[in-house]
Design a protein around this ligand. Sequence first.
Ligand SMILES: *Cc1c(COP(=O)(O)O)cnc(C)c1O
Length: 242
Amino acid sequence: MNPEDIQRGIADNLARVEERIGAACVSVGRCRNEVRLVAVSKTRPLEIVRAALLCGVGDLGENRLEELGPKREALIEAYPRVSWHMIGHLQSRKARQAAECADWVHSVDTLKLARRLDRFAEEAGRVLPVLLEVNISGEASKAGFAAATREERETFVGDVQSLAELEHLAVRGLMTMAPIVAEAEQARPVFASLRRLRETLIETAPWSEWSELSMGMTDDFAVAIEEGATMVRIGRAIFDIS
Ligand SMILES: *Cc1c(COP(=O)(O)O)cnc(C)c1O
C-alpha cells in the first residue's frame, strides 16, 4: 500500500472511531475529554504507527516491551509528547525495562510485580503511573487481581493497602479485559462491575487515586464508555485498513 493510502485509511478509521466515542459519550451525558483514546499499535509496522501520530494520536498502547521499547526509541524524537502505555501481561523479570520506558503500565496484576516496578522506578528516579488489572469475570485464563467474589474483593482491598506503601508507583485506577463475547452488550456487566469496584475503592481505599478505568476495545468500546471508561484501548478499528 502506498503512503497516501495508508494515511487516508488511518485518518478515515480515526474519524469513525472518534464519531463513535463522541456518540457514546453523548448518550450518557459524558464529555469527550473524559475519555482517553489509547491507540493499540502492537504488531503494526512503524509507517502505520507514524500515520496515526500524524493524525494527532497522543497515546499508544503495546502489549510487549520487546516492541514498545524499539518503537518508542524510533519515534520519541519526532513525537516527544506521545505517551506509551504498556497494556499486556508483564513478567516480573521485565519490570526494569517497563519502569524505564513506559509512561503508563495498565497491567499490574500481582504485588510481586508492583514491588519490582517500584524498585526500578526508584532507580530510574521517577514515579510510575499504574493501573491495577482486575479479573472481574473470574475466567481462569485471565491475568489480574482476582475480584469475582466478595471474598476475593476483600483480599484485593488488602493488597491495595500494601500497594499504597510503594512510593514510586502512583496507582491511578483499574483495568480489565472483558471476556470475548458475540455481542458487545454481553460485556456490559463486566464493565459495570469494574465501575462498582472503583466506587468501593474510593470509599475503602481513599489514600490512592481511582480516577482511571481502562476498559473497552474495538468490539465493545462504546459500551465501556457508557459504563464509565476513561481509557479505551483500540487496535483493529484504527489500524486495520481496508
Ligand atoms: C490488543 C489489545 C487491545 C486492542 O484490541 P482490539 O480488539 O484490536 O481493539 C486492547 N487491550 C489489550 C490488553 C490488548 O492486548
